[in-house]
Design a binder for this molecule. Structure first.
Ligand code: SF4
Length: 175
């Protein structure tokens, strides 16, 4: 198998890719060997203290109706917004595959890890990359950030955060 050369990939990961390790498919929750545990929160009772660990690892997914608000915040039409800033990710529900919009993840050189409006693949999902809206330690679209970002707290047990399956169901139901 040919080694991947994405800017998201470290030498170590290229070695694994060359050895034939498969990246996860849509709709699978796997233990990610390329994500180290975050450093412990210095004061968990304070909740989010803007360490930026989530925004510099994997952008949250939008829910239906949120693209319009985020686009308006940047003075863009929704189609221009998704063509500039989003990828299409997916989750496989028992009823079928659901596609969703998510902010682009950046490669190590700051360029988009995939061209805008690409469909995310397993390697894109697996590897860590900063959100295209994460600038100067903050979110450029904070007032209209995705539902997953609004709900996420790194101190929560996973079941208290919004899951990709829950978001996929919202896209399927259109609400
Ligand atoms: S949209 Fe904003 S809050 Fe969500 S991951 Fe990107 S920078 Fe962070």
């Amino acid at each position: 198998m040919k080694a991947k050369t994405s800017g998201l990939l470290s030498e170590e990961v290229r070695d694994v890719a060359a050895g034939g390790d498969a990246a996860p498919e849509a709709g699978t929750d796997v233990e990610n060997p390329y994500w180290a545990d975050p450093p412990p929160h210095p004061c968990p009772e304070k909740g989010c203290i803007r360490r930026g660990l989530c925004c510099s690892s994997s952008p949250g997914w939008f829910a239906p109706g949120e693209i319009e608000a985020a686009a308006a915040l940047l003075g863009l039409a929704p189609d221009a917004f998704v063509r500039t800033y989003c990828v299409i990710d997916a989750w496989d529900l028992p009823e079928g595959r659901v596609e969703v919009f998510a902010p682009l993840k950046l490669a190590r050189d700051g360029s988009p890890a995939l061209p805008p409006l690409s469909r995310a693949d397993g390697w894109y999902r697996l590897l860590r990359g900063a959100c295209v809206f994460f600038e100067g330690g903050g979110c450029r679209i904070y007032a209209a950030r995705p539902a997953e970002c609004r709900a996420y707290l790194c101190t929560n047990p996973p079941e208290q955060n919004l899951s990709h399956e829950q978001l996929a169901r919202r896209w399927r139901e259109g609400s």
